[in-house]
Design a binder for this molecule. Structure first.
Ligand SMILES: NC(=O)c1ccc[n+]([C@@H]2O[C@H](COP(=O)([O-])OP(=O)(O)OC[C@H]3O[C@@H](n4cnc5c(N)ncnc54)[C@H](OP(=O)(O)O)[C@@H]3O)[C@@H](O)[C@H]2O)c1
Length: 279
């Protein structure tokens, strides 16, 4: 199995699961990494600095940036491979953002999905795309873990007001979905949303993160009026603050029906915010 982005949050859970299933992994990273049980590493960078592969892979998983992966795949066209790649629900949720940079992210993701589909068709490869919501669980995310780190330092936990619904998905549930998609080559061309097993308000989500911490923090409620002023004064925060009242959720119905994967509710423990120690 060839895996891109294996050093990230989902790889943390996927690699041990592949090892347990006896599947040898060739993982690509932009920096040298030591081999460990069942995993050898190849140094390379998407889209155009991936070395020639020693053997044609039967399965290819992309857990990193979609656009560069689709571009590489389009160049290499691995005949008959089974491909599973991550996109993001941002392809949909940021489509109509008032912030141009966010609309560009949505457009780039959609273009990546389309290029992936074209490349797979040309290579007679079958593929499934997973579109996660906010990912947590490995201490590597850039959304909730940085808030936890700051709270550890300052002993204060911000609780922004927000009526929007959230559906954080555990990285291990995405790893399970990747395995399920690999095991069902008859599924081809599906783009499946994957959210957590529970929708909750943004306020509840932050409160649960705070409750999971093994140290005490002072709650700091951030009222809507303050957030609106922040969004006006700091244009780069307009997108994230504006979205606090929007629902960022996924309909898991197709995921559950086609892959029989049922993501867990949002009940994080302190381990979810702890980065892995290198093997
Ligand atoms: N984070 C979220 O909440 C979220 C939400 C929805 C969807 N997603 C999607 O989930 C995937 C993972 O996201 P992420 O935030 O965990 O991490 P990310 O920053 O998108 O990807 C990190 C991983 O990708 C690899 N990588 C990055 N650039 C690469 C390149 N040019 N060539 C080869 N490998 C490269 C890194 O490996 P090395 O450093 O070892 O090279 C690392 O393992 C992405 O497709 C993202 O769009 C993320």
């Amino acid at each position: 199995m060839l895996v891109f982005g294996a050093s990230g949050a989902i790889g943390r859970f996927l690699l041990p699961r592949l090892r347990a299933a006896g599947v040898p992994v060739l993982a690509v990273s932009r920096r040298p990494r030591p081999a460990h049980a069942g995993v050898s590493w190849l140094e390379g960078a998407l889209p155009d600095a991936v070395p020639a592969l020693p053997v044609a892979p039967a399965g290819i998983v992309s857990l990193g940036p979609l656009g560069p992966f689709a571009q590489w795949l389009d160049t290499v066209r691995p005949r008959g491979a089974r491909v599973v790649a991550l996109s993001s629900m941002s392809a949909q949720s940021k489509q109509c953002s008032p912030v141009a940079a966010e609309r560009a992210i949505a457009a780039a993701l959609q273009a990546g999905e389309a290029r992936l589909a074209r490349a797979c068709r040309a290579a007679q490869a079958s593929h499934v795309v997973l579109r996660p919501t906010l990912i947590y669980g490995a201490g590597l995310d850039r959304s909730l873990t940085p808030i936890v780190r700051r709270a550890r330092r300052l002993r204060v936990f911000p609780l922004p007001a927000g009526r929007g619904l959230r559906q954080p998905v555990h990285a291990d549930d995405i790893a399970l979905a990747v395995l399920a998609a690999l095991a069902r080559p008859q599924l081809d061309g599906q783009v499946l949303a994957i959210g957590g097993g529970e929708q909750l308000s943004a306020v509840q989500m932050f409160a649960r993160v705070r409750a999971s911490l093994p140290f005490a923090t002072v709650p700091l409620p951030l009222p809507a009026v303050l957030l609106r002023a922040g969004a006006r004064l700091l244009p780069r925060l307009r997108g994230p603050l504006g979205r606090l009242d929007e629902d960022l959720v996924a309909d898991n119905a197709e995921l559950e029906r086609l892959l029989d994967v049922h993501p867990r509710p949002f009940a994080p423990t302190a381990a979810a915010w702890t980065p892995p120690t290198p093997p």
